[in-house]
Design a protein around this ligand. Structure first.
Ligand code: AMP
Ligand code: ZN
Length: 472
């Protein structure tokens, strides 16, 4: 198994500390608003990673947190509290907002077919372990207090600070803007624990040795929860690429400073973003979509999953409705092919030696692709190649379910349909004809219709739809 490690900027052989055990931590969502399709991309690719590791024989302990505590909207310990913002927007309490969107997150993950982590940890239920960690850092001399503001981590006391993000001498990533909080000793110092300001009247507050009304800073949660459940050194830690310069950089500093152990994480896996029609997803641009929005437009979550698999997790991905439509058509083609296999496999002949060898080869190719830094686009290509190969229906169906242990498209749950299955080549011609009609290539469309008729089917046009019927 090979993984790209942000720490070394290289694709490396994956070797956990205690094989076959693997400890894996994923930064969870901040539950102050709806889970969107960008989140779905990140967590689905986490799921592919976990499935691939498990398939390769590793025993993975997968922990993910739920950020249900108020954090400031800026990475530099300034700005509005996200949970309070959510509460105001939805006219409810911060606690209700947190539970509502935590439930929505799990619901979205279930729709996507993602396996739940072994442990899901709410930040509000790990306040004591976060406090303990800050006190440990204080005892070791890594902290200072800014009165009326919070307990800060002194990054000048941690010489390796910024290694992950390759920060410059001042500890700042080229081009990054740093808002300076009054009283910070270094621009990169960050809050470990925050104090409620006068008159703020926050809903989520806890007593601490420094203030009766206070709350954790935004990075401490992942160090505390990660170390509590997985130990002081973790094999794999995932997150979006936005977390590299600040959140993960700070997680490393506070964890290694507290434990005295290096590295806190052996392999840092970072996921690239999903944009919509070339733009960042945001409510104000009206391009913020949930999985349920896709369903409302008659797109199936598994079709979206198929679309996600078509891009490598480290490349930027641009969601367009045209691609979504294409993915739905592809998904339907796949389901049609499965219907044919379900029918044909009952009467499948024993495979020949040649067919057995071909199946082995395709299987090897598939798993080599996913075990090489999760190359799902290549793995998908192997799947299609396999489906149109000379293998028996029984072999194809068997391999497909095997591949689906990684893809997670729930293919095993597809039941034989009552309807006469549409043979794969007819379905391909119908898909081609749809494209021909969309590009107004009528000559090609007519030609494809007669080829469909030659295969014993008729196609009737109903607006944009093609209705397929078996010729009598
Ligand atoms: P948040 O709830 O904003 O903390 O995000 C949870 C996770 O989703 C983080 O790892 C983010 O990097 C990731 N994420 C947020 N927006 C997107 C997006 N548009 N595409 C991919 N991942 C995202
Ligand atoms: Zn985190």
């Amino acid at each position: 198994m090979k993984l790209y490690n942000t720490l070394t900027r290289k694709i490396q052989d994956f070797v956990p500390q205690n094989p076959p055990y693997v400890t894996l931590y994923a930064c969870g969502p901040t539950v102050y608003d709806y889970t969107h399709i960008g989140h779905a991309r990140k967590y689905t690719m986490d799921d592919i990673l976990v499935r691939t590791l498990r398939h390769a024989g590793f025993e993975v302990k997968f922990v993910r947190n739920i950020t249900d505590v108020g954090h400031l909207s800026s990475d530099s310990d300034t700005g509005e509290d996200k949970m309070e913002k959510g509460a105001k927007k939805y006219g409810t309490s911060v606690w209700d907002v947190a539970r509502k969107f935590e439930d929505y997150f799990h619901h979205s993950m279930d729709l996507m077919g993602n396996v739940r982590p072994n442990i899901t940890s709410r930040v509000t239920e790990h306040i004591q372990s976060q406090l303990d960690l800050v006190q440990k850092l204080e005892a070791k001399g890594f902290t200072y207090v800014i009165p009326g503001d919070g307990v800060y981590f002194d990054t000048s006391k941690f010489p390796r600070y910024g290694e992950l993000a390759k920060l410059n001498k001042e500890g700042i990533q080229e081009g990054a803007r740093v808002e300076m909080v009054a009283g910070k000793r270094n621009p990169t110092d960050f809050a470990l624990w925050k104090f409620e300001r006068e008159g703020e009247n926050r809903a989520m507050i806890w007593p601490s040795p420094w203030s009766a009304r206070s709350f954790p800073g935004w990075h401490i949660e992942c160090s505390a929860i990660g170390m509590e459940h997985l130990g002081e050194q973790i094999d794999i830690h995932t997150g979006g690429i936005d977390h590299i310069p600040v959140h993960h950089t700070n997680e490393i500093a506070q964890s290694e400073a507290a434990s005295g152990k290096h590295p806190f994480v052996r392999y840092w896996v970072h996921h690239n973003f999903l944009s919509v029609e070339g733009q960042k997803m945001s409510k104000s641009l009206n391009n913020f979509f949930t999985i349920e929005d896709l369903i409302k437009k008659d797109y199936e979550p598994m079709a979206f999953r198929l679309l996600l698999l078509s891009a490598h997790y480290r490349s930027e991905m641009n969601f367009t409705w045209k691609n979504m439509e294409g993915a739905q058509i592809t998904w339907e083609r796949l389901k049609d092919k499965i219907q044919v296999l379900l029918k044909e496999k009952e009467t499948s002949l024993e495979p020949t030696e040649e067919q057995r060898e071909l199946a082995e080869e395709l299987k090897k190719h598939f798993f080599a692709a996913v075990e090489n830094d999760l190359h799902t686009p290549e793995a998908l290509a192997v799947m299609w190649e396999m489906l149109s190969s000379s293998l028996t229906a029984q072999q194809k169906y068997h391999l497909l379910l095997n591949f689906d242990e990684i893809f997670g498209l729930s293919l095993a749950s597809i039941e034989p349909s009552e309807q006469e299955p549409v043979p794969g080549d007819v379905a391909d011609l119908v898909a081609e004809r749809k494209e021909a009609r969309e590009s107004k290539n009528w000559a090609l469309s007519d030609d494809l219709r007669s080829r469909i008729q030659d295969l014993g089917f008729d196609v009737i046009d109903d607006g944009d739809e093609q209705i397929l019927q078996k010729k009598r």
